[in-house]
Design a protein around this ligand. Structure first.
Ligand SMILES: Cc1ncc(C[n+]2csc(CCOP(=O)(O)OP(=O)(O)O)c2C)c(N)n1
Length: 343
């Protein structure tokens, strides 16, 4: 196992890239915060947050090629899907279950991200079911050079899950398959230390999920999930390895979950106010903002301009989704069963 230390600098990221990463992290945060407000107003049924994971999500997804690589995110991955090209309006369409929801045209719970054009494959509600699918995509890339009718060449499959989910059987099966056949899969564990209310010490006998990779014959790395540059670097190394044909990598991002598990959870019943307060001192958005200012890449004026622009985007996305049509009930069974089954 290798530890990737927070660096703050990168050979392949220019100033413009760092600013783009900052904007995507801030967009993820502000869109997420708006979803909570809509939930508390009784307008949105359910919110599951990316807050605290923005650096890991945006940094990691920034190393992928949208529309070329295949991405199987989990429910917290708002920052991942925004980085790959989801628009804020598409996200809000999903929250309100409107026709324009690219995930499922309003058929799924919010945050079951999927987007055909962007090669993002939607997940089911049971946690972790996307991980064997990712190994399957990796196998298709390797032996058929084609996934879902698209030529893939040296594409990779990127899949994410939480540390609680990493205890499930199918994760081991997927990693074993990927390790045995050297599949181009990047397994990403966003470890925020909790599976709803259960802390990591009650979930596993090891400190680092990444340790398990050795058992499947590929590298596991632990990365500070609050440092977007370190997250980018680790993912880029895994992507290069996979494209070369050297097989999978397991990356564990140590993240913070700054909110309760979901809008239906009250974390005050199992986390002390002190713990929550201490966590907020390490908020990845605020820390990256401070870093960019210290490096004179961002100024107060530029920050204000970016925040105003993003706020307007969030407002427009919310208004568009609220005004959009609900799915027509006559289409209820569309896309549920295959239309033209070949026998
Ligand atoms: C198979 C299955 N078991 C339980 C649940 C209920 N559940 C939803 S999310 C979750 C916690 C998952 O925790 P983790 O994998 O650490 O991800 P995190 O939410 O912390 O990011 C649980 C137990 C579920 N959806 N599916």
């Amino acid at each position: 196992m290798t530890n990737v230390q927070p660096s703050g600098v990168s050979a392949s990221l220019e100033r413009d890239d760092l600013l783009a990463i900052y904007e995507l992290m801030l967009l993820s945060r502000l869109l997420d915060e708006r979803q909570w407000i809509l939930n508390r107003q009784g307008k949105a049924p359910f919110v599951i947050s990316c807050q605290g994971h923005e650096a890991a999500q945006v940094g990691s997804a920034y190393a992928l090629k949208p529309g070329k690589d295949w991405v199987l995110p989990y429910y917290r991955d708002l920052g991942v899907v925004l980085t790959l090209g989801f628009t804020p309006t598409e996200v809000m369409m999903g929250l309100f279950a409107r026709v324009g929801d690219p995930n499922s045209a309003g058929r799924q719970m919010p945050a079951h991200y999927g987007h055909r054009k962007l090669n993002i494959i939607s997940q089911s509600s049971p946690t972790g079911t996307q991980v064997p699918h990712a190994a399957g995509v990796g196998l298709a890339i390797k032996i058929r050079n084609e996934v879902a009718g698209k030529i893939v060449d040296d594409a990779v499959a990127w899949v994410s899950f939480g540390e609680g989910t990493s205890s499930q059987g199918e994760i081991h099966e997927a990693m074993n398959l990927a390790g045995t056949h050297k599949l181009p899969v990047i397994f990403v564990c966003e470890n925020n230390g909790y599976a709803i209310s259960v802390p990591q010490r009650q979930q596993m006998g090891v400190e680092d999920v990444a340790d398990r990779a050795a058992g499947y014959g590929f590298p596991g790395v632990v990365v500070d999930g609050s440092d977007p540059v370190a997250c980018f670097e680790a993912t880029q190394a895994a992507v290069e390895r996979a494209r070369r044909g050297d097989g999978p990598t397991l990356i564990e991002f140590k993240c913070l979950r700054l909110t309760p598990h979901s809008s239906d959870d009250n974390d005050r019943t199992y986390r002390s106010p002190d713990e929550i307060k201490a966590m907020k001192q390490h908020d990845p958005v605020i820390m990256f903002e401070a870093h960019l200012k210290a490096e004179e890449i961002l100024t107060d004026e530029k920050e204000a301009e970016i925040r105003a622009r993003i706020k307007q985007q969030v407002n427009e996305a919310t208004a568009a989704a609220e005004a959009a049509a609900h799915p027509d009930p006559s289409t209820l069974f569309d896309h549920i069963y295959a239309d033209n089954l070949k026998r």
